[in-house]
Write a protein that binds this ligand. Structure first.
Ligand code: CP
Length: 306
């Protein structure tokens, strides 16, 4: 594998290996401090980001490498009309690996087809976000000890939530998985994911609008933000944005070992009163994202096994 565009570019064995490396980085960070010396990561972010861009940059710096890039399209020559393909060819002359976020679905794939260096999809429109999924998988692994026999509830904007799409794809390969889809009617999981991922892999799933009715069965509750930037009109966003707000009272019937996850940023969908609940895992996801991105950079640069 040269680039990571979709989480399914990684086999379950690849994911196990990345988790092993990430756990080793957590235990022995000094072993990795020089692994990417003289290597450069280019972060090409055409959309806003806090966690993904800064964790990629932090990951490369902690591996002893350097970082170049831009954090908004307007500060690059795309503002003058340069194509993603030409940008990818250009950046290949300056860096060893690219992490790209773009509002258009498929843009990182186009970049990977034109770059001469590995390209990592750091989020493309409402499509995929495979490195968030790597963060999510390490979190699930460390909280639950594995991936089999889990009931996962996805709550909120399942239509535009690219992290949901990628995590459902990743989890569909494990045994005994059940999925509960909790969303307003207008923000249901796209039909193509139900057909191509859930039905194709015989994953039992239910759809509901009620978080309260679903919560008791869940091992993982994956909350999401309603994605304002993907709506065509503000009125719809305002009507739907607070459809689900997780507050302590709503956890009354939840399992004592429920893992509450969220890719962040959050707006109102998880009350800050939940942050001190031992079941809240969303800031662990933030931290684990850095370690999984370190492991991924090592793999794509061929440094993992050295
Ligand atoms: N989870 C995530 O993608 O966060 P950012 O948008 O801040 O990168």
């Amino acid at each position: 594998m040269r680039s990571l565009i979709n989480i399914l570019d990684l086999s379950t064995q690849d994911i196990e290996e990345l988790i092993t490396v990430a756990n080793d980085i957590i235990a022995n960070p000094e072993k990795y401090r020089e692994k990417c010396r003289y290597k450069k990561l280019a972060t090409l972010f055409y959309e806003p980001s806090t966690r993904t861009r800064l964790s990629f940059e932090s990951a490369m710096l902690e591996l002893g490498g350097s970082v170049i890039g831009f954090s908004e399209a307007n500060s690059s020559s795309s503002a003058k009309g340069e194509s993603v393909a030409d940008t990818a060819k250009t950046v290949s002359c300056y860096a060893d690996i690219i992490a790209m976020r773009h509002p258009k679905e498929g843009a990182p794939l186009v970049a990977s087809q034109n770059a001469s260096i590995p390209v990592i999809n750091a989020g493309d429109g409402g499509h995929n976000h495979p490195t968030q999924t790597l963060a999510d998988l390490l979190t699930i692994y460390r909280e639950k000890g594995g991936f089999d026999n889990l009931t996962l509830g996805f709550c909120g904007d399942l239509k535009f939530g690219r992290t949901v799409h990628s995590l459902i794809s990743a989890m569909s390969r494990y045994k005994g998985i059940k999925v509960v889809l909790i969303s307003p009617e207008e923000l249901k999981l796209p039909s193509y994911i139900k057909k191509d991922v859930l039905k194709k892999n015989n994953i039992p799933y239910t759809q509901t609008t009620s978080l309260e009715n679903a919560i008791a069965d869940l091992d993982i509750l994956y909350m999401t933000r309603v994605q304002r930037e993907r709506f065509f009109n503000e009125e719809d966003y305002l009507r739907l944005k607070d459809s689900y707000i997780l507050e302590p009272g709503k956890l009354r019937n939840a399992k004592p070992d429920l893992a509450i996850m969220h890719p962040l940023p959050r707006v109102n969908e998880i009350s800050v009163a939940i942050d001190s609940d031992p079941r809240a895992c969303y800031f662990k996801q933030v931290l684990y994202g850095k370690y999984m991105r370190m492991a991924l950079i090592l793999k794509l640069l061929g440094e993992a096994e050295k």
